[in-house]
Design a protein around this ligand. Structure first.
Ligand code: SAM
Length: 281
């Protein structure tokens, strides 16, 4: 294992600070600094950017980001046990790392960062999808971030980049592809992590588009896709009937046959339906 900085290997850091992985926090750590540097590079040029890193844990990816030249990193970690290890990294990179002991779902990172801002994270599944949806659905666009480089379980990564008609197509594909270019840039086997999870993982890179591909209200599109894909095998006139008393007419006005199923409908038509629902709501 090569060294990217003068700090101790991550196994020693974990032992020195008693950072045994906690399942409740979804802790599967990356200990290979070559790998964390590769993930950092997947975020593009870091030199002129501020980075929001969510869930740094013992700091493997944080060290990758700093070694790859990030201008400034804000690392938000819920686990107080990681603070001392992260403070050692901050000392090795004076003035370039701020650490926040907080729940990423409860803070506003923009107060601590200057544009251009990139988000990089290796997060537990449930927090990751919740944050992704929040990052993709602010009312105004473009958002504060330029790109998101996020580790997910592979199955979730496939849902983000899925096309209509595929099994993985759903709310995440629509919200991601509506306002961003999304692609899978790296796959990792379970053995890359300590402890190894049961599933494979993948890194998704999302680049914010200057404007959404089609106009639609963010909250309406989110509600619509959540409802439509809750019962993905049902006809839309049935699965969406709770959203509007004349749902069949609205579906037709958006160019969608009322007997179609959610997985057959592309992004453009979902946006048209979200607009029709907002106008007629
Ligand atoms: N980035 C490290 C790495 O790659 O080795 C750790 C990744 S581990 C999969 C996820 C990290 O997210 C853990 O350190 C965990 O404590 C942290 N975490 C979990 N929920 C969080 C939350 N709501 N806010 C901030 N950090 C969280």
């Amino acid at each position: 294992m090569s060294r990217i900085d003068a700090l101790p290997p991550l196994r020693e850091v974990i032992a020195a600070h008693g950072l045994t992985a906690k399942k409740s926090l979804g802790q599967n750590f990356l200990l290979d600094l070559n790998l964390t540097a590769r993930i950092a590079r997947a975020a593009g040029d870091l030199a002129g950017a501020d980075i929001l890193e969510v869930g740094p844990g013992p700091g493997g990816l944080t060290r990758g980001l700093l070694a790859e030249g990030a201008r400034h990193v804000l690392a938000v970690e819920k686990d107080a046990r990681a603070m001392a290890a992260l403070a050692e990294i901050a000392a090795a990179y004076p003035g370039r790392l701020d650490i926040l002991n907080a729940d990423a779902l409860e803070i506003d990172p923009t107060q601590h960062l200057s544009p251009p801002i990139k988000v990089v994270a290796n997060l537990p599944y449930n927090v990751g999808t919740e944050l992704l949806v929040r990052w993709l659905t602010p009312p105004a666009w473009p958002p504060y971030w330029e790109s998101l480089t996020l580790m997910f379980q592979k199955e979730v990564a496939e849902r983000i980049v899925a096309s209509p008609g595929s099994k993985a197509y759903g709310r995440l594909a629509i919200l991601a592809q509506w306002r961003a270019d999304a692609r899978i840039v790296m796959e990792l086997p379970p053995e890359a992590f300590t402890p190894p999870p049961k599933i494979r993982s993948a890194v998704v890179h999302l680049k914010a588009l200057p404007a959404p591909r089609f106009p639609a209200p963010a909250d309406g599109l989110q509600r619509l896709t959540a409802t439509a894909f809750q019962q993905r095998r049902k006809m839309l006139r049935a699965s969406l009937k709770g959203l509007h008393p004349q749902i069949s007419e609205l579906l037709e006005s958006a160019g969608i046959p009322p007997t179609a199923r959610a997985e057959e409908i592309d992004l453009e038509r979902f946006c048209a339906l979200a607009r029709a629902l907002a106008q007629d709501g």
